[in-house]
Design a protein around this ligand. Structure first.
Ligand SMILES: Nc1ncnc2c1ncn2[C@@H]1O[C@H](COP(=O)(O)OP(=O)(O)OP(=O)(O)O)[C@@H](O)[C@H]1O
Ligand SMILES: [Mg+2]
Length: 240
């Protein structure tokens, strides 16, 4: 595993209107790592991901990604630098088929459509239930399948790092198992992942390291394995 930071967040502050939500958040994700950002409801996890992606009006501090300062850049420029974000609310495009949703992910990248066959084959292999439904309207998929599609679409662009916000939320347990197996596969391929997940135990099991957020600050960091054994810490910061 490479040791240099792919993403380096330093003293990040973020506001909604006058509400100062992120208060000097610093953390890093090294190339090839899976890192979990955990914390109870309202801790600021989604706000952190949105700030990194460039979706908030007011942020200060520093977000360096792959050697470049991102904060002055708009979201689409960050996306083109290889940063992908799968939202809590999945953003499947209505009126488009499963295949067209995937194409949309590819279109956004240079030379992406040339990789169409390869990408669709890969997705079909990983998500057999999407393969059977390639020509179906994406909105007819179940919640879990739509989430798989959102993730597949993000990965189709071959990002350098993907940020996932509560991917297992509202999804039946069997699909959650499949999803985590898929993440494990991505990890084994060296994909860098920043993961926010309420299923803390499952998240920690596939993570290298974790940061705990509370009230807009990072309050703890450590190897995921150590946190997995630290019931007291989990109860203190992760229960809702
Ligand atoms: N659009 C918004 N406008 C104003 N305040 C917001 C907005 N979105 C979030 N907040 C506030 O910012 C704080 C952090 O919210 P955030 O959504 O980042 O938390 P979270 O850790 O993702 O929580 P959850 O686990 O519930 O998803 C909370 O106090 C929340 O009420
Ligand atoms: Mg959230």
């Amino acid at each position: 595993m490479a040791n240099e930071a792919l993403l380096s967040v330093d003293k990040l502050n973020a506001w909604y209107e006058r509400s100062h939500v992120l208060q000097g958040v610093s953390f890093e994700v090294r190339a090839g790592e899976v890192v979990s950002l955990i914390g109870r409801n309202g801790a600021g996890k989604t706000t952190a991901l949105k700030s990194i992606m460039g979706l908030l009006d007011r942020t200060t501090g520093s977000v360096r990604f792959d050697g470049t300062e991102l904060l002055p850049q708009p979201a689409h420029a960050r996306y083109h630098r290889g940063l992908a974000f799968v939202f809590e609310e999945r953003r499947i495009v209505p009126g488009l088929s499963v295949l067209e949703n995937i194409e949309l992910g590819l279109m956004a990248t240079a030379g992406g459509l040339a990789r169409m066959h390869e990408v669709v084959d890969g997705i079909a292999e990983t998500f057999p239930r999407l393969k059977e439904r390639l020509h179906q309207e994406a909105v007819t998929l179940s919640g879990g399948e739509q989430q798989m599609l959102a993730i597949a679409r993000a990965m189709a662009a071959a990002p350098k790092m993907v940020m996932l916000d509560e991917p297992s939320e509202g999804i039946m347990p069997r699909l959650v198992e499949e999803m985590f197996e898929y993440f494990e596969g991505l990890k084994n391929k060296g994909v860098t992942i920043l993961l926010v997940e309420q299923s803390v135990e499952q998240a920690l099991k596939i993570s290298d390291r974790a940061y705990i957020m509370d009230q807009g600050r990072i309050v703890h960091e450590g190897p995921a394995r150590a946190l997995l054994d630290d019931v007291e810490m989990q109860e203190r910061y992760c229960s809702v």
